[in-house]
Design a protein around this ligand. Structure first.
Ligand code: NAP
Length: 247
C-alpha cells in the first residue's frame, strides 16, 4: 500500500483528494496548519469508511524544521512517503497598491518554498527506493489568468510551475513530478469574500458555465499518480472547464 502525504488537506481540494485517494486504497497523511478539528474529523471518516491507515500531522510547510519533523513523524508512525501532493497555499485578498512586501514574501514562502521544503524532505528516500510521485497544485493564475488583487499569488503559482519542471529534471527517472492547474473551483475559501456579481461574471468566462468541484480536481490527481499515468512527467495540466482567454 502506497502512502500519500497531502499538505493543507483539512479543507477544500486537499480534503476531496484525501477522500478520493483513500477510496482508491492509499494510506493517507493529512497535513494541516490551523484546522485541527476538521483534520481529525476527516481522519475519522477515512478510517471508518475506507479502512486504510490515516494520520494527521500539524506543520507549517513554509518552515523547514517543521517539515523535517513532520516527515520523520510519518516515517515513524506509518511509513516513508511514496507520493507527495503539495496542495497547501494562501491567497491574501488585497489590491496591488495595498499589499506589502511582507505579505508578498509570506505568499511565496507558503506556496513555493513550502512545496520545495516538502519535496526536498521526501525526494532522497523516493530516489533510493526507486519510486516517487510529486504533484504540485498550481493554478491557471500561474499561466495566464491574472487578477490585480492576487499578483503575488499569480507569481507564486508561476514559480511553482517552474519548480515543477526543475524537480522533474532533477529527480527523474524514479520520481515523476507534475503540476495540476485548476481554474475556478468552488471551495469555501474560494467563494468567500466575492460578491454575487463578480462570481457570475467569472462563471460566464468558463466554457462549461460553472465552477469546478473539488472532487473533479481529485479525480485528475488520482489518475496522475496511478500506473496508467506512468508516461506523464514534467507536465502542467489545466483543469478549468475551458476558461475563455486561457490556453
Ligand atoms: P483552502 O480550502 O484554503 O485550503 C488550503 C489549505 O492550505 C488550508 O486548509 C490551510 O490549512 C493550508 N495551509 C495554508 N498555509 C499553510 C501552511 N503554511 N502550512 C500548511 N498548510 C497550510 O484552498 P483550496 O481552494 O482547497 O485550494 C487548494 C489548492 O488549490 C491551493 O494550492 C490553491 O492555490 C489551489 N487552487 C485552488 C483554486 C480554487 O478555485 N479553489 C484554483 C486554483 C488553484 P489550515 O486550514 O489547516 O490552516
Amino acid at each position: 500500500m502506497k502512502t500519500v502525504l497531502i499538505t493543507g488537506a483539512a479543507k477544500g481540494i486537499g480534503r476531496a483528494t484525501a477522500l478520493e485517494l483513500a477510496k482508491a486504497g492509499y494510506a493517507i497523511v493529512i497535513n494541516y496548519l490551523t484546522s485541527a478539528k476538521e483534520a481529525e474529523e476527516l481522519r475519522k471518516t477515512i478510517a471508518e469508511t475506507y479502512s486504510v491507515p490515516c494520520l494527521t500531522v500539524q506543520a507549517d510547510v513554509s518552515k523547514e524544521e517543521e517539515v523535517e519533523r513532520m516527515i520523520a513523524e510519518i516515517e515513524e508512525k506509518l511509513s516513508p512517503v511514496d507520493i507527495l501532493i503539495n496542495n497547501a497555499a494562501i491567497d491574501l485578498p488585497n489590491l496591488f497598491r495595498e499589499k506589502t512586501a511582507e505579505e508578498f514574501r509570506r505568499v511565496l514562502d507558503v506556496n513555493v518554498v513550502g512545496a520545495y521544503n516538502c519535496a526536498r524532505s521526501v525526494c532522497r528516500g523516493m530516489k533510493e527506493r526507486g519510486y516517487g510521485r510529486i504533484i504540485n497544485i498550481s493554478s491557471t493564475n500561474g499561466i495566464n489568468t491574472y487578477f490585480p488583487m492576487c499578483f503575488d499569488y499569480d507569481a507564486s503559482k508561476a514559480a511553482l510551475n517552474s519548480l515543477t519542471h526543475d524537480l522533474a529534471m532533477q529527480l527523474s527517472p524514479e520520481v515523476h513530478v507534475n503540476a495540476v492547474a485548476p481554474g475556478f473551483i468552488g471551495t469555501e475559501s474560494e467563494l468567500e469574500g466575492y460578491d454575487e456579481e463578480f462570481l457570475k461574471e467569472e462563471q460566464e468566462k468558463i466554457l462549461v458555465k460553472r465552477y469546478g468541484r473539488p472532487e473533479e480536481v481529485a479525480y485528475l490527481i488520482r489518475f496522475l499518480i496511478s500506473p496508467e499515468a506512468d508516461y506523464i512527467n514534467n507536465a502542467v495540466i489545466r483543469i478549468d472547464g475551458g476558461q475563455k482567454g486561457s490556453v
